[in-house]
Write a protein that binds this ligand. Structure first.
Ligand code: IVH
Length: 706
């Protein structure tokens, strides 16, 4: 075959294969046999081998690239990725409806329910319609670049379909979101061959997309369903006005959408849907752990906006806890970050709600007593959502007489320290402040994602740092030097440098995360956020470096390399927090008596102040929000102002729009969301009417910003 013929034949074979893959993996159609497909693929592979100059990256033969050499690059998401709030009962779902209805008074709400797939959320970026990047959710701001492994997923098209009469070359950058998951059958197959089986489909999917070698990922049959789209530029592809239309657009673009979505006029209809799937979930080829309910109208979604963590317009309704039985092989004691001892049942591995469970919490000594749990007992275990599995009941009829009672030890199993149980408390604790387990867990908490988020400080490293006495507490992390780290096991030049870089980068963080990192009793991430909101620190605007982007991320190169943030230092935190009396803390909404007392005590303990001052010396900076720019009620909405408003000046109106996350432009176009009109409006009013842009008066506007 000569060159010209080969080129043509390759094109033809590629197009045929793309169509076959699309029909089979996206539309679930199989009119042509797999054997025929394999034959065509073989011919294409051979031709491409002979004429390598005609191999293109979007060829179906090119899904499996070569293995990556190092760790995954961190990539900043185009828009921060959120998560969903959960509900577990009909009442909670109705409460949600009541809350969101208040945000759009008098408007009729419609919903779309979707299956909540037990997988991993991914964002895919298509540039000019071509597959470009796949990024994990990560911490919501930075994700990991898993482009290589995701390219091997057959239901991920390497090229989108052309819609709306547009050529792919006219497509803007498109970001789509969805869930990557594994069928029950594939998981079973992989687990049968694995040395350490995956506990659930989510872990299996996560482990597979993080494979450095795409050849392994390719073998594992991952699948993907898509459920969101966002355009980063003005797009000629019409923005869908409803979530249902979004799903239809995704399908038109050639992206696979789970067919189990359903439109609902009422929340009662959603409740019905939940009952149906609770009964039918086992018949699906993959695991689902509930439904996701989304407000259908995108306009309503925008008006409802988001909290710091999740959109208000969507919620996950999880299936109720699932139970199973197993046998207790042993009972172990875990020493936690606060020294609390938790008895844990070691179980014969068993399947609960799609996961393998081999440990379950017994909570504390009193609970063991109350349930009369003994080693060797057959027990009922329960798992709900992400909650740690627990032992709920002993099946006493199944006892043989060989079961053994369990007694809490008198000494800490880790350090041999004394165990105390304060009067009136159910929890026993190790009283040794230097207990290795306590130090280690505190450090793990300190570097965890919701706290300082320092990469490269896993269990092995923290263990060595404490053991080798390189650090006494978490604040000492910031004094670590190259010479300290290079001597650790498995540390070479690159790893040492990476860790030092991660530590350096972590020196500036949001105030709420710093408070959370301190590990104050009863202060979880939510309480830390509430407390941070109630502090007014003296902050200065400082310039910080943006995370280094990789070269090929041409998408992001226009972004500036530095950004300005408001930051305070630790001294300002100490000053401010010490001014808060116990009463003031108690009065804060969301902070109860016990929590207030714990916070007050912590910040008035000389030892802790000494600890905080170490952070001051390490020059840790705390970023705080600019209070004047807080709400996101008008997030992503574009306004045009025309005419004279009854009470607001034009500048004041603009300021209000900005403060609430919206923007103002001067000309009306179809991208305008609202025209805010006063008396004697100009031609903008007429244009708005012509284009069907919503026109509102000052009263309605003030209603929107509350
Ligand atoms: S929408 C705001 N739809 O559930 C985040 N999520 O608990 C957008 N998930 O991180 C999520 N099925 O990984 C959405 N049909 C579905 C989903 C779904 C599963 C996962 C997703 C998300 C997590 C939140």
């Amino acid at each position: 075959m000569d060159k010209t013929d080969a080129k043509q034949r390759i094109e033809k074979l590629k197009n045929w294969l793309k169509k076959w893959n699309y029909d089979y993996f996206v539309l679930d159609k199989n009119d042509v046999s797999e054997a025929a497909r394999d034959q065509i693929k073989k011919e294409l592979t051979e031709l491409e081998k002979e004429f390598p100059q005609f191999v293109t990256p979007d060829s179906p033969t090119q899904r499996v690239g070569s293995a990556l050499s190092g760790k995954f690059a961190k990539i900043r998401h185009l828009t921060p990725k959120q998560s969903l709030s959960d509900v577990f009962s009909d009442e909670e779902l109705k409460d949600w409806e009541e809350r969101i209805q208040k945000l759009v008074p008098g408007e009729k709400l419609n919903y779309i329910s979707e299956h909540k797939l037990d997988g991993l959320n991914l964002s895919l970026i298509y540039q000019k319609g071509k597959y470009y990047k796949a990024i994990t959710r990560g911490d919501g701001v930075y994700g990991e670049d898993v482009t290589h492994a995701v390219k091997t997923i057959k239901s991920v098209p390497l090229e989108l379909n052309e819609v709306n009469g547009l050529k792919l070359s006219d497509y803007p950058v498109i970001e789509v979101g969805g869930e990557v998951f594994m069928s029950k059958e594939s998981l079973k197959k992989i687990n049968a061959e694995a040395a350490t089986p995956f506990a659930n489909p989510r872990n299996a999917a996560a482990g597979t997309v993080r494979q450095l070698d795409p050849a392994i990922a390719a073998k594992r049959n991952l699948e993907m369903y898509f459920y969101s789209i966002s355009f980063t530029e003005n797009s000629k592809i019409p923005h869908p006005g409803t979530h249902q239309k979004t799903l239809e657009l995704l399908k038109e673009l050639g992206l696979r959408v789970d067919k189990h979505y359903k439109h609902h006029d009422t929340i009662d209809s959603v409740l019905q849907e939940m009952k149906t799937w609770e009964k039918r979930r086992d018949s699906l080829p993959h695991e689902i752990d509930g439904l996701v309910i989304k407000v259908d109208s995108i306009r309503h979604q925008n008006l409802m906006g988001s909290t710091a963590k999740s959109p208000r317009w969507a919620i996950a309704y999880k299936f109720p806890a699932e139970q199973s039985t197993s046998q207790i092989l042993d009972i172990e004691i875990q020493v936690g970050r606060t020294g609390a001892l938790t008895p844990v049942a070691i179980l014969k591995p068993t399947q609960v709600a799609g996961s393998t469970v081999s440990r379950a919490t017994l909570h504390n000594e009193d609970e063991i007593e109350r349930k009369d749990v003994r080693m060797g007992d057959t027990v009922i275990i329960q798992k709900a959502g992400d909650i740690i599995p627990e032992v709920v009941e002993v099946l006493k009829d199944l006892r043989t007489g060989k079961e053994k009672k369990f007694h809490l030890p008198h000494q800490c199993p880790v350090c041999g320290g004394q165990i105390i149980r304060p009067e009136g408390e159910v929890v026993s604790r190790c009283a040794n402040k230097d207990c290795f387990a306590i130090h280690q867990h505190q450090l793990e908490h300190f570097v965890s994602r919701k706290a300082f988020n320092i990469d490269g400080l896993g269990e092995k490293v923290t263990e060595q740092l404490i053991h080798e006495k390189l650090i006494e507490d978490a604040a000492d992390l910031f004094t670590l030097k190259y010479e300290d780290l290079i001597q650790l096991e498995f540390f070479k030049d690159k790893k040492t440098q990476n860790l030092l870089d991660s530590i350096e980068k972590a020196k500036i963080l949001p105030l709420s995360r710093f408070i959370y990192a301190l590990g104050i009793r009863y202060v979880g991430d939510e309480t830390a956020e509430i407390l941070a909101e109630h502090l007014t620190l003296t902050a200065k605007e400082i310039e910080v470096k943006e995370e280094q982007k990789r070269d090929q991320m041409s998408l992001f190169t226009e972004e500036s390399k530095t950004k300005k943030v408001n930051a305070a230092d630790i001294e300002s935190l100490i000053d401010n927090i010490q001014k808060l009396t116990l009463e003031t803390l108690n009065d804060i909404d969301g902070i109860g008596d016990k929590v207030a007392e714990s916070i007050h005590e912590w910040f008035n303990d000389a030892k802790n102040i000494h600890y905080l001052k170490k952070f001051q010396r390490a020059d840790i900076k705390l970023t705080v929000e600019d209070r004047s720019e807080k709400s996101d009620k008008l997030k992503d909405l574009t306004f045009v102002i025309t005419g004279t408003l009854p009470t607001l000046s034009r500048d004041k109106a603009k300021e209000l729009i900005k403060q609430n996350g919206g923007k103002t432009t001067s000309a009306v176009s179809k991208n305008t969301d609202y025209v805010l009109a006063g008396t004697e409006p100009g031609s903008k009013y007429d244009t708005a009417e012509k284009l069907g842009v919503k026109i509102i008066d000052e009263k309605a506007f003030l209603g929107m910003v509350g």
